[in-house]
Design a binder for this molecule. Structure first.
Ligand code: S3P
Length: 180
C-alpha cells in the first residue's frame, strides 16, 4: 500500500483531515510537525525563534524521509515542505503519493484568524494577516501544484463531510497502487 503524503497551505486541514481519514480507513498516521516537536521537545514557534527556519527545514526533511520508508501511512506535512524540491523527489523515489489539499486564502484566514501557533503568520493581525496569507499562497501555489500527484479541492459544509470525501479518495489511491 502506498504512503499518502498530504501537502497544502497552513490551516488547510492536513492534520485534522489526515487523522480523520486514517481512523476511518484503519491506516497509520504521522504528522511531521508533531514528530519535529517531539524530537526537539519544544513547540514549532520556539524552534523557529531559538534555532531558526533553516534548522527546522533540515529536521523536517529528515522526518519526512523516515515517513517515506513506511508503507500504508497517511502523512500530514508542514505547509512549507514543498519549498525544498528534494522533498517531493524523495517521496516519489520511495513510491509515495503527494496529495494537495487545496483551500482558498479567505477560508484559511477564517480558520487561522485567532491561531497563534504559526510563526510565519504570528506578526500579523486582522487584514494584515489575510494579506500575508495571500502573499504566501501566491509564492507557494505553483510549488504545491507542481509537486502534487493529484489535487483534492476541499468542498462540503463541514470538516466531517470533507473528511469523508478525503477518506474515499485516499482509499482509491491506496487500493489502486495495491493492484500495481
Ligand atoms: C509552515 C507550516 C506549519 C509549520 C511551520 C511552517 C509553513 O505547518 O510546519 O509553522 O512554512 O507553511 P502547518 O501547515 O501544519 O500549519
Amino acid at each position: 500500500m502506498k504512503t499518502v503524503i498530504l501537502i497544502g497551505f497552513m490551516g488547510c486541514g492536513k492534520t485534522s483531515l489526515g487523522q480523520y481519514a486514517a481512523d476511518r480507513l484503519g491506516m497509520a498516521f504521522v504528522d511531521t510537525d508533531s514528530r519535529v516537536e517531539e524530537i526537539c521537545g519544544m513547540p514549532i514557534s520556539r524552534i523557529f525563534a531559538e534555532r531558526g527556519e533553516a534548522w527546522f527545514r533540515q529536521l523536517e526533511s529528515e522526518v519526512l524521509a523516515d515517513c517515506c520508508r513506511r508503507g500504508g501511512t497517511i502523512v500530514a506535512t508542514g505547509g512549507g515542505i514543498v519549498k525544498d524540491p528534494r522533498n517531493a523527489a524523495l517521496v516519489h523515489e520511495n513510491n509515495g503519493f503527494l496529495l494537495y489539499l487545496r483551500t482558498d486564502p479567505e477560508e484559511i484566514y477564517r480558520r487561522l484568524r485567532d491561531d497563534n501557533s504559526r510563526p510565519l503568520l504570528n506578526p500579523y493581525l486582522g487584514e494584515a494577516k489575510l494579506r500575508r496569507i495571500c502573499e504566501l499562497m501566491d509564492e507557494r501555489k505553483l510549488l504545491y501544484e507542481e509537486a502534487a500527484d493529484d489535487v483534492f479541492d476541499e468542498q462540503g459544509a463541514s470538516m466531517e463531510e470533507i473528511g469523508e470525501e478525503l477518506s474515499v479518495r485516499i482509499r482509491e489511491i491506496a487500493s489502486e497502487s495495491a493492484k500495481i
